[in-house]
Design a protein around this ligand. Structure first.
Ligand code: SF4
Length: 428
């Protein structure tokens, strides 16, 4: 019989006080999400309406190959646009006309807002409506914001998926919708485990192509695979779909609890659940035990960045033997991360938002063995002798579900082992 994850004897953190901070913050912008979204949606194009800085961010982060036809680009706002001397809407129409005439493979076009387009209040929803009328039914045009005026980089994916929900066709079919852009291999593992239990039909948002049979309605239940999908969650509920709240599928325990929540909804019996999950669970436990040796009894401090902080703190404390000092998250949405908070033992400071100098002071005082933070903070903290892990790597690396659980622990143990080795090196 599968053991169920238990609420810690000290009580979980769901009702613990949260330190709310609204000061200066250090994060990437939501354009970053385009880098993994364009790989998932094979007939989509992401047109950022932004500055040269936005174009540079995308090009350097995505490592564009000049011989490939990219599925994202930047319509650069020039000084005349920014000064209101040109009609940016007309300019944008011209760019889109040229793009769609040349690229007939594009079936979904996302107009992506940036800091400059928001500062000049360029109305991209109006542009998307106008273009949808012009190009329907061959191309669907949507818009979302990826600007750094939002709080954190994973909001780009959330905003993108949320923009797709209102235009999904209505369906009355009883179905499971998995929500979140995962690497294909990881998504296939999740779908395979669920199908082996007899659960179906299973749909995924985002679908790989616009012309998929993906619909939504009152008989849709959905499970999030990423904890940063708050707006998408709200948009799906507005369409009548019901959320299956569960711990996130990180580590053996989180994956089992996530699968169990779905299995219960679809009346899967305990024997079937055990038959399907026993072997991968055993593999995951073994891999975590090996990869987490260096983490036992070590302390960890999370700066708010990826929005994965709470589920990861649950994984690191319960499955890898770490002690969490502070768990900072850009947002704490209890409807989404509540089940993870239930399983996180009381003790760490829970913080929401950021006031970076105050948080750096707390971190320096705690001197944690590992600090999980954004790129901008990692190098200065390393220079102060603190071992760090870049939060953004957790979104770019396959880390969900059983087969990746050892790799997930390994991502955290590598910097800790390296710091341990450096401590052993005799000083010159
Ligand atoms: S959207 Fe804003 S933060 Fe992001 S690259 Fe463009 S200017 Fe910079």
């Amino acid at each position: 019989m599968t053991e169920l994850p238990r609420i810690p004897t000290s009580g979980g953190c769901r009702e613990e006080p949260i330190l709310k901070q609204r000061g200066q913050r250090e994060v990437f912008c939501g354009l970053t999400g385009i880098i993994w979204l364009h790989r998932k949606m094979q007939d989509a194009f992401f047109l950022v309406i932004g500055s040269r800085t936005c174009a540079h961010l995308l090009q350097s982060a995505a490592g564009v190959m000049i011989f490939a036809e990219p599925r994202f680009g930047t319509a650069i706002l020039e000084e005349t646009d920014l000064a209101g001397l040109a009609d940016a809407q007309t300019e944008l129409d011209k760019v889109v006309d040229q793009l769609l005439a040349r690229r007939t493979d594009i079936k979904q076009l996302f107009l992506v807002g940036s800091c400059p387009s928001e500062v000049i209040k360029l109305d991209l929803s109006r542009a998307a409506e106008r273009m949808t009328e012009k190009y329907a039914p061959s191309v669907r045009v949507l818009n979302f914001s990826g600007s750094g005026i939002e709080t954190t980089f994973t909001q780009g994916e959330d905003a993108c998926l949320a923009s797709m929900v209102p235009v999904l066709p209505k369906t009355d079919a009883r179905q499971l919708l998995l929500v979140g852009a995962l690497p294909d291999v990881v998504e296939e593992q999740a779908v395979s485990l669920l199908e082996q239990m007899g659960i179906g039909p299973i749909k995924v948002l985002p679908a790989p192509r616009a012309e998929s049979d993906l619909g939504v309605g009152e008989n849709t239940v959905f499970a999030l695979t990423q904890p940063f999908l708050g707006d998408t969650h709200a948009a799906l509920e507005r369409r009548g779909a019901r959320h299956l709240a569960a711990p996130f599928p990180f580590g053996e325990e989180g994956t089992t609890a996530w699968l169990r929540t779905i299995a219960d909804e679809f009346d899967v019996d305990a024997e079937t659940f055990e038959r399907v999950t026993a072997a991968p669970r055993a593999r995951a436990r073994k891999a975590i035990a090996q990869a987490s040796e260096a983490l036992r009894n070590k302390s960890v401090f999370f700066f708010p960045d990826s929005q994965l902080e709470i589920p990861l703190a649950r994984f690191l404390t319960r499955e890898c033997g770490m002690e969490a000092v502070e768990v900072g998250a850009p947002f704490v949405h209890k409807g989404i991360v509540g089940p993870d908070l239930d399983m996180l033992a009381k003790g760490p400071t829970l913080s929401e938002g950021q006031d970076v100098d105050l948080q750096l002071d707390r971190c320096r005082e705690a001197r944690p063995d590992l600090t999980v933070c954004g790129l901008g903070l990692a190098n200065p903290l390393e220079a102060e002798g603190l071992a760090t892990k870049w939060a953004i790597e957790l979104v770019f690396t396959p880390v969900h579900f059983y087969e990746q659980a050892g790799d997930l622990a390994g991502l955290f143990s590598r910097p800790v082992r390296r710091a341990d080795l450096l401590k052993l090196e005799p000083a010159e």
